[in-house]
Design a protein around this ligand. Structure first.
Ligand SMILES: Cc1cc2nc3c(=O)[nH]c(=O)nc-3n(C[C@H](O)[C@H](O)[C@H](O)COP(=O)(O)O)c2cc1C
Length: 143
């Protein structure tokens, strides 16, 4: 059993549904999953997880502001070689995923264990579940 910490934010609910679906699927695979919405986590909480999943939507071709602030907080933690992956939701351009992954890889020196998940905005929980499933399975295979 691995300790997974999911940190995300969402304005209109799609990224929230992705995070909650991930939580359910990883918990069903036997992992201990903690979810934080809004990014107010401590360096100790980040360092104490075996796997970190960071998620956020794109607004105005940028990562949502609360997650940008979170990345500054995360920069205070020692995350080198920590396994992680990113997830996002978007409407058309989807810059948030690349911003999260670039920062995790280049600034925090984390190990990205799966290509990031980008889900196009949808009210359909079934579509979100179908998109999350292979991502969760790939991550679970690395734990
Ligand atoms: C005002 C506004 C600006 C947006 N800007 C972008 C954008 O620049 N690029 C993009 O891919 N999607 C954009 N979107 C779409 C959102 O990324 C999409 O609705 C996403 O699912 C929202 O995630 P959330 O429900 O977790 O907040 C925008 C949506 C709104 C309402």
């Amino acid at each position: 059993m691995a300790k997974v910490l999911i940190v995300y934010d969402s304005l209109r609910g799609t990224t929230k549904k992705i995070a909650e679906t991930l939580e359910k699927q990883l918990a069903a695979a036997g992992h201990q999953v903690t979810v934080n919405k809004g990014g107010k986590v401590t360096a100790a909480e980040l360092e104490g997880a075996d796997l970190l999943l960071f998620g956020g939507p794109t607004y105005h071709k940028d990562l949502i502001g609360t997650m940008k602030q979170f990345l500054f907080r995360a920069a205070e933690a020692e995350l080198a070689d920590k396994p992680g992956a990113a997830f996002s939701s978007y409407g058309w351009s989807g810059e948030s995923l690349g911003i999260l992954e670039d920062t995790m890889k280049n600034q925090f020196r984390m190990q990205l264990v799966a290509p990031g998940l980008a889900v196009k905005q949808t009210p359909s929980l079934a579509k979100i579940k179908a998109a999350v499933e292979p991502f969760a399975q790939e991550i679970t295979g690395k734990l």
